[in-house]
Design a protein around this ligand. Structure first.
Ligand SMILES: Cc1cc2nc3c(=O)[nH]c(=O)nc-3n(C[C@H](O)[C@H](O)[C@H](O)COP(=O)(O)OP(=O)(O)OC[C@H]3O[C@@H](n4cnc5c(N)ncnc54)[C@H](O)[C@@H]3O)c2cc1C
Length: 383
């Protein structure tokens, strides 16, 4: 067996892949520019219960809360309440979650080097910098799991534009919260092209945030949101990050480099959530690389095997594009139509936060949704 793998970035995608490869006795090193795994935290830590189980995530250390549903608010406060009898999602502490992934990767035999930045890649050579010292390493396969601001994505020639991202601002806050429901607030006034959220950790603590199109100051938008909705919180910590909001990149193999995770926009444009899809992609890439190293199978099989995930992510993007084109009056009318058509019951029974293809077809063909036909037609032609 020949072939060594270097992964740039020890986020959820890079660490999950490192574990998968090390479990198959592939020699793998991960470079992470930060000195500590999971810090700074840039996540709300909300993941679906169904896929947590399917992916076998160990939440024993990071688990914070169970979520039974969501309350969605239109600009004029029409509320859609979607709820289940069982937990549909979990909230976890993202830094601790990444530390669990790190421990799993190390136990499987991966080598993780912290405080090491990859500053350039030329052919099979990585140029690194660690505590002021330069270094060089040859690698047969290089995986760019270097997140939303990926430099390697740019190096391989994938250009990005401001419209490919949402600018977020999130705080950890003390206050009074409904402990088992996520709240989403839509308005082009304070959250153009996205929404604001409250994700409770318990009755007294929540992650409260906002996403806006790039160009709008998200911290100002956040204050406008709190004022408009009269939400009274005490801010403990705050941060601001970009979230990819684009169709997934379909070309992922640039010999010897493969793109993975947020660097390849493998997250859901409807919500910004990326952990589940990034880890599913890491599992696929893990199989492809293992097959390549053991049996010389082609590495571009990664792009083909990603097809089901691409289709889900493209559907998320289509929903996002549809939503982005609605003004506040349109959203108000749309919420009322959805409510009258029985969307709350429908989504309570059929909704899926990761794979919209599981319910969009059923939604469009449901006779109760006939009044939504004009919107369905507009949605169909949304690009
Ligand atoms: C405010 C906010 C809330 C979110 N909430 C959720 C949520 O509730 N649920 C969910 O599923 N997703 C959520 N997400 C998205 C989720 O955080 C990302 O999809 C996920 O972290 C992407 O994982 P990744 O491994 O691809 O990248 P990252 O987790 O960003 O990891 C990339 C790593 O690469 C390192 N790196 C970068 N460049 C280099 C380099 N040159 N050399 C060495 N190391 C490098 C970085 O330091 C980083 O540690 C949220 C995102 C934001 C911004």
């Amino acid at each position: 067996m020949t072939g060594n793998v270097t992964i740039v970035g020890a986020g959820c995608a890079g660490l999950r892949l490192a574990r998968r490869l090390a479990e198959k006795s592939v020699q793998v090193t991960v470079y992470e520019d930060h000195p500590q795994i999971g810090i700074p935290e840039h996540c709300s830590g909300l993941i679906s219960a169904r896929n947590t189980k399917e992916l076998g995530f160990d939440l024993r250390e990071s688990f914070t809360n169970d979520i039974y549903g969501a309350k969605l608010f239109s600009p004029n406060n029409t509320q859609l309440r979607i709820e289940s009898k069982k937990p549909v999602a979990h909230v976890m502490d993202r830094s601790t979650f990444d530390q669990t992934l790190y421990t799993e990767a190390i136990h499987a035999g991966a080598n993780v080097e912290l405080s090491t930045s990859v500053i350039n890649v030329k052919g099979n050579t990585l140029f690194t910098q660690s505590k002021g010292k330069g270094g060089m390493k040859k690698s047969d396969i290089i995986v760019a799991a270097d997140g939303v601001n990926s430099h390697i994505r740019k190096m391989v020639g994938v250009e990005s534009k401001p419209g490919d991202f949402i600018h977020s601002y999130q705080v950890k806050a003390a206050g009074h919260f409904e402990p088992h429901f996520v709240e989403l607030y839509f308005s082009e006034k304070f959250a153009p092209h996205f929404f604001a959220w409250v994700i409770p950790e318990n009755e007294e603590s929540a992650k409260v945030g906002i996403g806006c199109k790039v160009g709008v100051n998200p911290a100002h938008a956040f204050n406008a949101f709190l004022k408009e909705k009269q939400i009274d919180i005490h801010v403990k910590t705050s941060n601001s990050f970009l979230i990819p909001c684009s169709p997934p990149i379909r070309k992922l193999y640039f010999d010897p480099i493969l793109l993975l995770g947020d660097s390849a926009y493998q997250n859901k444009a409807t919500s910004g959530g990326g952990i589940i899809m990034n880890c599913k992609a890491a599992d696929i890439l893990g199989e492809v690389i293992t097959e390549h190293i053991h049996n010389e199978a082609p590495l571009d099989a990664y792009e083909k095997k990603m097809e089901p995930i691409f289709r889900e992510l493209e559907l998320h993007y289509k929903i996002h594009q549809y939503q982005s084109r609605l003004g506040d009056e349109d959203i108000n009318r749309f919420f009322l139509k959805l409510k009258d058509a029985g969307i709350e019951q429908f989504l309570s029974n059929e909704g899926d936060m990761d794979e919209p293809s599981r319910f969009v077809g059923k939604l469009i063909s449901n006779p109760r949704m006939i009044s939504l036909l004009p919107e369905a037609v507009k949605f169909w032609f949304t690009k």
